[in-house]
Write a protein that binds this ligand. Sequence first.
Ligand code: DGJ
Length: 725
Amino acid sequence: MIIFEKENGIFYLNTKNTTYAMEVAEGKYLLHRYWGKRLKNPLDKADEYNYMRRCLVPADINGKNSDILPFEYSTWGNADMRIPAAEFTFSDGSRVSRFEYRDYNISSGKSGIDGLPAVYCEAGDRVDTLTVRLEDTLQKVDIVLSYSVFEDYDAITRSVKIINRGERLLLDSALSAAVDFYGSPELEIMHLDGTWARERYITRQPVRPGNQSVGSRYGCSSPFHNPFIALCDKNADEKHGNVYGFSLVYSGNFIAGAERNPYNGVRAYIGINPANFQFVLESGDSFQTPEAVLVYSANGIGEMSRIYHRLYRTRLCRGKYRDTERFVLINNWEATYFDFNEEKIVGIAKRAAKIGIDTMVLDDGWFSSRIKDDNGLGDWYENRDRLPNGLEGLAEKINSLGMRFGLWFEPEMVNPGTELYKKHPDWILHVNGREPYEVRNQYTLDFSRDDVCNYITETLCGILSRANIEYIKWDMNRCMSAPGSAFWSGERQGEVMHRYILGLYKVLETVTQRFPNVLFESCASGGSRFDPGMLYYMPQTWTSDDSDAVERLKIQYGTSVVYPYSAMGAHVSAVPNHQVGRITSFAMRCNVAMPGQFGFELDLNGCSEKELETAEKAIKDYRKYGGIFHKGDCYRLCSPFDSDISAVQFIAEDKNTVILTVNSSKATPNAPDEYIRLEGLDESACYRCEGTDKCFGGDYLMNVGWYFVNNSENKSSIIILKKEN
Ligand code: DGJ
């Protein structure tokens, strides 16, 4: 998998279908040489003709311009004035660094990253790890680049450790990965953007001259941009073209972008956002970056997504619920908001149990003075007016219906009126002497502090130990502002936002490990923290607060560019929809939610018998086919961003069942004929359509397609095709 060809100083990192190569030039400069389709022949040494002399820009390596040399991990001042991967301020005030190659190590397998979530390997996986050490001899600093090659997954993970052996220094930025592309005049950049209730819409545009980036400075990965970009050929689509994905396993501030120079060169990068970041490294200290996951596909965006899905579902998500069927839950939020008591919740649960829902989740409002969203967060004890029998009593009642009981928490927050805040006003993120900002009437607890993290861990674990709680929805409903800490010294305030995320990860690790039987779902005003970091601790995320079936077509489609449907919480809610006022059929709401982690978010007591029958059948179908949506291969066939139709196909792991989901955002009068071409079928096999006597050839379905008319009858369908031998 990993070869070091000593003669030419070239490292080859080979997965099943890809090669990533680096070269040690002149015995000291680590240059990026190649990333793409697996190479059949060795590379030559980098030569003059690769890196010509250019006017104006500084020359370094034997007269070749280092400003355009593809440094594998470029640092500021090393005669490379493009976006640096790392920047320092040294004790002498200088900011210039020069890192040279020192040595390398190849080992089998992959170790975890201390304190940070990361993709892992299991016994039997073909995974090797290369570390390459670079050194700045003057300042006595090492940079250790780690690459783990997941041969069968076709993925490479990268992370970086910076070790200070010299005098105290300031680390001003430390990205996780940068890759130079040469001869790429027409590359495009793709990212997932949005805001609350319309997260992860797909954006794609040419890489323009100069620098362009997306990122977050909000303290969470945010709904505005996702920690992911892909560079792709101009003509790349779902099935064709070169696509290079960069995804960051991190839940805080990030930056991801591309800088194009005048010579058809593009540097892509991803990592912690350098804005409001600065770490003090004393002599002997080190800094570990989060992990970037690099995926190359020669066959379009669809293949890149399937690689991420497989890797994240099986080698990022962990725990009991990684592979097992999860819960079909009903959540009371959109059914009652803050207006509930035990009787109402049990009433919802009773109706839900009758149609096969297995988990009742009690959302916001069950604790202390929380009767609306302006108080209570932080005082985590039951409101006895609402829950006279406490959580234990309610859980028992729900359990007696044959259902599990689940609970909502927002552990990272505090309302100003609470006992917790009155006792510990310095436990929030703030800057001394400045009025802190409230968002949704609440402050962010300072998770960069151990005492805060320990308090929250013990409070949560205490509640989980005394009542039979089998599911937790971990919510987070505001971005950070004025992110200072009363705990850290003035010179360490630049560490607070990253330390917050480290604290959060520590709490999550402890709580999830202490309660391995609890299913955790992450949430942040819907999908404001839908990122690989959170998936490491909690295998599913509430995808969006927008539960409208039509809006969800785009949100789920965009989310699937990186994340598997098994990670997406998706619920059937009431109509007119609470976010957009739209009325969709009950069947369509079920069909749109079903490929995700299927659930309900309404009071079923208000539903008609026909709707309840539809729900009951959908739950049965989901139990039968959920494994295909979640573990099968996903193909996006028609994009809701391009037309009124959204079509997504799933192929079971054994390839014998194919599910086609087709939904339309609006019907067309006297609609034209559409043929939706399926993918990945066996062209010589026949596929029988369940519930009919119709049989279609795999070749027909892939070349001609599934006939569809976008009229009101067909607006939403799930078609099951069984392969016949
Ligand atoms: C935001 C979440 O996304 C909602 O589902 C709900 O849990 C509310 N918070 C409760 O405050």
